[in-house]
Design a protein around this ligand. Structure first.
Ligand code: PEP
Ligand code: MG
Length: 321
């Protein structure tokens, strides 16, 4: 099975009834670029930029960031690269950022919240992204969005940077899709409102699962309660997909669930257009997509959200293979 998946890895993933599903890679460093290309990623659905900040002992400069973004964009050319802005806080600490100790870091001052509170720092990243935008196909994504005002504030800073660069005579791509991660239950529930301000949405099931099920993603003692296939999570995925469909924007998934080939049929049935995963999973997920009939998948997804727990969903999905 693996051999056949590898042999066909370069081909697109189209369901048996002709629906195209884009299969992208998640990358978290420049080394991951080669692995993603070798596995025939059709683009990058999530470029985690934290490494630039974590491997330095200072805030990475605009130039340092520009070089990294530009390299990845050039490597993928016409294929889209979704670069996510800094997602610090939670479990990811930065010694030089002087983050305050928090009782509940995952519910605290992290990601877009931290960035909006530190606009001068955030603008360094936004400027670097805009400068790199002419080197490939850049999509910008904001993490941990909770409500519309955050998207508006982040987009306003992006516009400010665009104007500054224009004044400086620096070239910037004309149209850069700006999207958001759906990883807070509130965002999934109000996805129809958020969709009005976003060009695309990508579901982060790692965080969405921990917040929905109130089970810390890194705590082994509650690991048995943490399952991205739980029907509660899947219902939020479906709500998000329906809102995206209505708004006419692309919706993908970049959490770990997207790389589970046994769940591909359910995920397509819920309405996802794009799946982004660690590169090694791409060939087998593409193969799984090719076996799916999207009408049957819709029925399976409706059954999945009626199950009692994630185990039942996974068993059901496996039986359907
Ligand atoms: C997620 O939360 O699902 C996600 C993709 O982001 P991260 O794992 O970096 O928090
Ligand atoms: Mg996340």
């Amino acid at each position: 099975v693996r051999e056949q998946a590898l042999a066909e890895a370069a081909q697109e993933a189209v369901t048996a009834d002709g629906k195209r599903i884009q299969v992208f890679a998640n990358i978290g460093s420049l080394n991951d670029v080669e692995i993603a290309l070798a596995n025939h990623a059709e683009g990058v659905g999530l470029f985690r930029t934290e490494f630039l900040y974590l491997e330095n002992d200072h805030w990475p400069t605009e130039e340092e960031q520009y070089k990294a973004y530009s390299r990845v964009l050039k490597a993928f050319g016409e294929r889209p690269v979704v670069i996510r802005t800094l997602d610090i806080g939670g479990d990811k600490d930065l010694p030089y950022a002087d983050l305050p100790k928090e009782e509940n870091p995952f519910l605290g001052h992290r990601a877009i919240r931290y960035c909006l509170a530190n606009p001068e720092m955030f603008k360094v990243q936004l400027r670097a992204l805009l400068r790199a935008s002419v080197d490939g196909t850049l999509w910008i994504m904001f993490p941990m969005i909770q409500s519309v005002s955050e998207i508006r504030a982040a987009k306003a800073l992006l516009e400010e940077c665009r104007n500054e660069l224009k004044q400086e005579g620096v070239a910037v791509a004309d149209s850069i899709p700006v999207g958001i991660m759906i990883e807070i239950p509130a965002a999934a529930v109000t996805a129809d409102l958020l969709a009005k301000e976003a060009d695309f949405m990508s579901i982060g099931t790692n965080d969405l699962t921990q917040y929905t099920l109130a089970a810390d993603r890194g705590n082994e003692q509650v690991a048995h309660l943490y399952d991205a296939a739980h029907p509660a999570v899947l219902r939020l995925v479906q709500m998000t997909c329906q809102a995206a469909e209505k708004a006419g924007i692309v919706v993908g998934m970049c959490g770990e669930l997207a790389g589970d080939r046994e769940m591909a049929e359910v995920l397509i049935g819920l309405g996802l257009h794009e799946l982004s995963m660690s590169a090694g999973a791409i060939p087998e997920v593409k193969q799984a997509v090719r076996r799916v009939d999207s009408k049957t998948a819709e029925g399976l997804a409706q059954k999945a959200i009626q199950q009692e727990n994630g185990d039942q969903v996974r068993k059901m999905a496996k039986r359907s293979q």
